[in-house]
Design a binder for this molecule. Sequence first.
Ligand code: RP5
Length: 168
Amino acid sequence: MKVSIIIGSVSDFEKVKAACDFLKEMNVDFDLRALSAHRTSEELESYLAFCEDKVDVFIAAAGKAAHLPGVIAAKTTRPVIGIPIKSSALEGMDALLSIVQMPPGVPVATVAIDGARNAAILACQMLALKYDDINDRMKAFKLSMTEETIAKDKELRDKIKNNYSLEV
Ligand code: RP5
């Protein structure tokens, strides 16, 4: 298992599915647990002990007062990527600030609110430092993104060129 995804509640799963899908696309092994820093703190601690030396990167997602990524970061030397989940009246700003404003010495690499896919992409970029096959797949992914963007630019220009006098 290269990545461990920990979500604060099963209700976070739909928001985190995009991370699972990207890891699957990149053929990266991962585990997923719903463990709360507040409601199941002992189970979280034993799972983190189980993960010791097995996991390269943690992805942790939580909403509201989102302490989960920070608690994980306090217990590991592995990188922790935090996903703030929009799950309350505060639209995810509560979770964003809870995750990003870590005290000195305990960083969490925080992605955007509900930014699960970017969390998985960042995790794969970290894994690419160690695993050549993942590095190759990430290079192909970046190239396909560039090609797709260039194709969309051409498509847009072809569509509007008769209405406006575009440069080329
Ligand atoms: C947070 O509270 C969880 O991460 C979730 O985003 C939110 C609501 O949890 P549930 O009440 O649905 O379990 O701790």
